[in-house]
Design a protein around this ligand. Structure first.
Ligand code: KG4
Ligand code: ZN
Length: 340
């Protein structure tokens, strides 16, 4: 089956073509340069950029897959969660195509997309990614931080989630505080490499072992209060140490609760995904954790499959279609607060 995936939930305009679970093309038009000067995503700017880019991005994805729109069997589009006015652009484009070409359409949950990113393969079917259930997924992005238990494809249980900021959002906010620009995660990663992660002492939130949720606002506040009276040159002299300290506090917290969830739910496989999963230190740390528990670990096989992309939406859509969970293109609407 040929699937065209479309994703516009935040600030990336994305289209991808899959043949079953194999990526034939994966086009991502990032708007980071448009939002950087504002220190975060500006909804109106995102909407306009999606509108300008969606058609060329879809055309490029088909061209790279050496297909035409008539070859597509299924449209898979993100319905939410995400920015409402951004989601609408992708959803309307997908509906129009589906109606014009009499194609089936599925409305995909963005978080399910991030989880499915672990199971994508290249056009040769590599890497081999058999499903192993139950699987425990840690999904960490700019909008979400969730631990999810998968008993099968489409059978999900939310085990823990952030009560306030997402992990990526916390990294972005601390980067902003240090004057490092947007998005902060990649800059913090680069600086943290040469810093001392024990330079600042930050709290270990939600110490109660029965709680599997996250909260990053206390970390952020502690970080702010410890450096707020520092002169600019002292902050600049310690950018690496501050980045390393904050990043390591966030990652230790992520893995501390994930470990508790492993001990409670006894999964047979671990999954990591979402924009923050592009971070090499987090990847290394979770590999160590998987070894400790002697569990197989899947990570998206390419860096760009961690952050928002349409290949993950197309794969989630492929399995959704197998469950017969189609949408009506006449009435389909976004659901900006969609739950998994
Ligand atoms: O999944 P994503 O592209 O969009 C959302 O669904 O939110 O994630 C974006 C988030 C941002 O907070 C960004 O700072 C973070 O992922 N991120 C990273 C890295 N690359 C992106 N965080 C840490 N290290 C990275 N290398
Ligand atoms: Zn995302």
């Amino acid at each position: 089956m040929y699937i065209l995936g479309i994703e516009t939930s935040c600030d990336d305009t994305c289209a991808a073509v899959l043949h079953d679970n194999q990526i034939l093309s994966n086009v991502i038009s990032s708007q980071v340069d448009l939002h950087r000067q504002w220190g975060g995503v500006v909804p109106d700017i995102a909407k306009r950029a999606h509108q300008e880019r969606i058609s060329p991005v879809i055309e490029t994805s088909l061209k790279r897959a050496k297909l035409t729109i008539k070859d597509i069997d299924l449209l898979a589009v993100t319905k939410g969660p995400g920015l409402a006015i951004a989601l609408s652009v992708g959803l309307n484009a997908a509906k129009k195509i589906a109606l014009e070409n009499h194609q089936k359409i599925v409305a995909v949950n963005h978080i399910e997309g991030h989880i499915m990113a672990n199971f994508l393969t290249n056009s040769f079917g590599k890497p081999h990614r058999p499903f192993i259930f139950p699987a425990l997924a840690l999904t960490v992005s700019g909008g979400h931080t969730k631990i999810i238990l998968l008993r099968g494809v489409g059978d999900y249980q939310l085990v823990g989630e952030t009560l306030d900021d997402a992990a990526g959002e916390a990294l972005d906010k601390s980067a902003k505080l240090l004057g490092l620009g947007y998005p902060g995660g990649p800059v913090i990663e680069r600086l943290a490499k040469s810093g001392d992660s024990h330079y600042l002492k930050l709290p270990s939130p939600l110490a109660d072992k029965k709680i599997l949720d996250y909260s990053f606002s206390g970390l952020k506040t502690s970080f702010y209060y410890q450096i707020k009276d520092w002169p600019k040159d002292k902050i600049n002299a310690h950018l690496s140490d501050l980045s390393a300290s904050f990043q390591s506090a966030v990652f230790d917290f992520l893995l501390r609760k994930f470990s508790l969830a492993i001990e409670k739910y006894h999964p047979s496989c671990l999954l990591l995904s979402g924009g923050v999963a592009a971070n090499l230190t987090l990847r290394k740390n979770i590999r160590t954790l998987a070894k400790k528990y002697d569990l197989p670990l899947y990570l998206p096989f390419k860096k760009e499959l961690n952050t928002d992309n349409a290949a993950m939406i197309a794969l989630a859509g492929y399995y959704q279609a197998q469950r017969g969970d189609y949408a009506n293109p006449e009435t389909l609407d976004i659901d900006s607060r969609a739950e998994l």
